[in-house]
Design a protein around this ligand. Sequence first.
Ligand code: ATP
Ligand code: MG
Ligand code: MG
Ligand code: MG
Length: 339
Amino acid sequence: MKKRILLLAGGQSGEHEVSLMSARSVLAALPRDQFDVTPVVISKQGRWLPPTGTQQALESGEAPTGGDLVLHRVASAEGYDAVFPLLHGPMGEDGTIQGLLTLAGIPFVGSGVLGSAVSMDKVMTKQVLASAGVPQVEWRLALRREWRDQPALVEGRAAELGFPLFVKPANLGSSVGISKVSRTQDLAPALDLAFSLDRRVILEAMTSHKPREVEVGILGNDAPVASPVGELSFEAEFYDYETKYTEGRAEMHIPARLPREVAEQVRETALKAFRALDCAGLARVDFFYVEETGELYLNEVNTMPGFTTTSMYPKLFEAAGVSYSELVTRLVSLALEER
Ligand code: ATP
Ligand code: MG
Ligand code: MG
Ligand code: MG
């Protein structure tokens, strides 16, 4: 019997377009002799689009308005064997959809409510991983209300970290809303931008030198495995949205050009983080390696990483001998597996 899969894409976050790109690849790759796949695109307004609207959105990369409220669709989604929530960022990668699917009793690909919510929030991730002894850069939390009512307090926290520093919405991805701040006068605009996207903002000390950016894929539930380590190189100041999504701006190196023991440490630390955060199915764990000093910091954990055929996560597993279509098939099996 073919498994019926509901593939969710788009969504309400700043990563809507990225999700549509990933979904096109997954849709093409799920083997049709094993799966009956229904794609549903969620518009930026949070409406679930009917088949014509979904088709249009997947083709054009942009969702029209209209569609149903989420709950109507989940009620009618009972006939699905599993859901593949290929959504990035808030309202998709952060435990909200996962909660809805848990309530509806439908198995789904990826982490549950807890793992998704904690991993999406950069502050919560740092706190949990600190208690697991995972090395991370210095950081401070700031709330929108503090920035509005007591800006000097927030500026003081930034001063403790020193320049340059990074200002990030606590719950987002694809570098949306992230600034590298090198001068006092650039701090306020960076905070305004980040607070326009999130109530919680994280200030992060920059690594002592421009870091090497290395990433590793994790696959599995309670017996997860790590992929080889990959590396991204680029000319830009940091790995911003444009560098991530403009063809030819960044180069992927698999395996990463790292000493063997560093690569091993990356893989072990990533597995430790995956377990500490109660992740499931998949995650891409990102690190900074400071070549000059040998320091290694865990940057973040993405529970639904970019998933086009040329994205880092599938490429890492391809290097381990798992093809793209084997990978998506494996992810659906993991969703159906008893833990
Ligand atoms: P993703 O698309 O991987 O989900 P994201 O939006 O969650 O990314 P981060 O990975 O936290 O954002 O940061 C984006 C980029 O900013 C990093 O890849 C790196 O280039 C740069 N960066 C972020 N924090 C630091 C830091 N503390 N020190 C040096 N560079 C940093
Ligand atoms: Mg991220
Ligand atoms: Mg992300
Ligand atoms: Mg990242």
